[in-house]
Design a protein. Structure first.
Length: 135
C-alpha cells in the first residue's frame, strides 16, 4: 500500500508541474502577442493620428451593409473606399455598429473619415475619427 501511495503522489506532482508549466508558457506567449500588438498599434495607428499623418476621405456613404447573422462586420463605402467596422471587442479604431448607436446609420450620409493603415493586419484601414453633418 505504501508503494501505491508513493507512486500516486509522484504522478500528481508530475501532473501539477506539467500543468503549471503549460499555463506559464501560455501566459508568456499571450503576453508577448499582446506586447507585439500594442507596439504595432502605436506605430501604425496612434502615432500617425497624433502627428496628423493619417489619411482622410470625405463623401457620401454608399453600399452600407449592417451587421447581421450572416455578416459579422458592418461595412460601407465612401468615395470608392471600402471600410469594415469590426466587432466591439476591437481594441483600436471605430467599432460601433449602427444598432449599437453607431455614427454610420445608412446610405446617403455625408461623412469625413480619418483613417490609418494597420500594416499588421494586411493594410486594413482603421477608422480613427468620423465626422458627420450632425456634429
Amino acid at each position: 500500500a505504501l508503494f501505491i501511495v508513493s507512486v500516486y503522489i509522484h504522478y500528481f506532482s508530475f501532473t501539477w508541474e506539467v500543468s503549471f508549466g503549460l499555463a506559464a508558457v501560455s501566459f508568456m506567449l499571450w503576453s508577448l502577442l499582446n506586447l507585439f500588438q500594442m507596439i504595432a498599434d502605436e506605430q501604425y495607428i496612434f502615432k500617425p493620428y497624433r502627428e496628423h499623418t493619417c489619411e482622410e476621405v470625405e463623401g457620401v456613404v454608399s453600399n452600407f451593409l449592417p451587421k447581421s447573422r450572416t455578416n459579422a462586420n458592418e461595412s460601407f463605402e465612401v468615395s470608392g473606399l471600402l471600410f469594415l467596422v469590426p466587432n466591439a471587442s476591437s481594441k483600436v479604431g471605430y467599432s460601433m455598429f449602427m444598432r449599437k448607436n453607431g455614427v454610420i446609420s445608412g446610405d446617403g450620409q455625408n461623412v469625413r473619415i480619418t483613417y490609418a493603415f494597420n500594416k499588421m493586419l494586411g493594410n486594413d484601414m482603421v477608422i480613427v475619427k468620423i465626422e458627420t453633418e450632425q456634429q
